[in-house]
Each structure stands twice: as structure tokens, then as C-alpha cells.
Ligand binder design. Sequence first.
Ligand code: IMP
Ligand code: MG
Length: 196
Amino acid sequence: MRISEIPLVVVRGAPAGPQLDHRPMNIHPLISQTQIADAVSELGARITEDFQERNLTVLSILTGSIVFVTDLMRRIAIPHQLGLVQASSYRGTTTSPAELRLNLDWLPELRGRDLLLVDDIFDTGKTLSTIRSRLEEFEPASIHSAVLLWKKSRTVVDMTPDYFCFEIPDEFVVGYGLDFNNHYRHLPYIGIVSDE
Ligand code: IMP
Ligand code: MG
């Protein structure tokens, strides 16, 4: 069935006009789809080279890394396993520091494996550094990290990403998995959010 043939269901009595749950923002392109694809290919090739003869497990930090990790995996030309770590930080009050909640229930066996933590962005670095210490309890052979974006000027932890595709300025960005209030993850490029 073609889209034009799908019958339209008209809900009578519904309020006129769409009820948007978000206010559309302006997005200024920062990194194009082609630049991302080239950088992800290059990163996949480096990881393929660096993890030859190792027992690689890629750990995707959800939700932001979802687009990046699926593209990256297809550029890693050696057998590897995939695990998922769900991470969400929330702030109780404006004065208390953000607390990181982790769900480690979806992990495969990590003991003796070479772990590669994959996240969308390394901002302050607190998320990856916390996850890294938690994963040490599983006694892996090694832990490395790969991110698409690194806001280098914002780093506050004693850790830097082992692999990154782009260093970016201190701007709030969306697209390719990164969100603003859970919107804009679908954009195929990275853009800066602005009110103008
Ligand atoms: P960190 O713990 O400060 O490194 O923050 C990492 C998390 O903050 C990322 O996984 C993102 O979810 C979020 N984040 C930081 N900067 C941005 C941004 O510019 N756009 C969207 N999310 C961001
Ligand atoms: Mg995130």
C-alpha cells in the first residue's frame, strides 16, 4: 500500500492544530553528515587495528550513543560483542549536584574482555569516568573509551577519551543521537541549538 492510499482517520472534536510537546528551535549546522561518516570510518579502522587479537566488547552508553554506535560497529572489521549501559543523570533540585543513575542489567560477561565504552559526547567527563570505575568491578582485561564529540574545555575529571572524532566548542549541540529534552536525536548531522 502506498502512503497516498492509507485512509485518513479524522478524529472529530479534536482541538484544531497540532498540540506540540516542544517548541521548535533553530539548529545551526556544525558538522555535516559526510564529515561524520568519514570520521566514523576512520575511527572504525583505528579500532580494528588497535584491537586485533583482543576480545573486544563494545559498550554503548544509552541513549545518546545509539546512532553513533550502530554506525561505528559496522566500521569495526573484527569480531566483537555488544553490551548496553543505560545512563541517565537527573537533578533533584537546582542546588543539588546531578546524580547519575546506571542500569548495568543488560551487560554480557565482561571478565577478561577488552571494553570499549562508546558515548555521544565527553562534556565534563563525569559520566564516562563514573561508568569506567563501576565497570572495573567486573574485572575486564582493559577499558578504553570512544566518543563522537569532545568539549575539551569543559573536562573536569582526571580522564580523557582514548578516541574521539571531533573536538567542539562549549556550545549545546543536537543530532546524530544527541538530544535537547529528548528531541532532535534523529537529525543526521550535528547542529548548535539556538533561540534565534
Ligand atoms: P558529562 O558527564 O558532563 O561528560 O556529560 C555527558 C552527557 O551529557 C552526555 O552523554 C550527554 O547526554 C549530555 N550532554 C553534554 N553536552 C551535551 C550537548 O551539547 N548536547 C546534548 N547532550 C549533551
Ligand atoms: Mg547522553
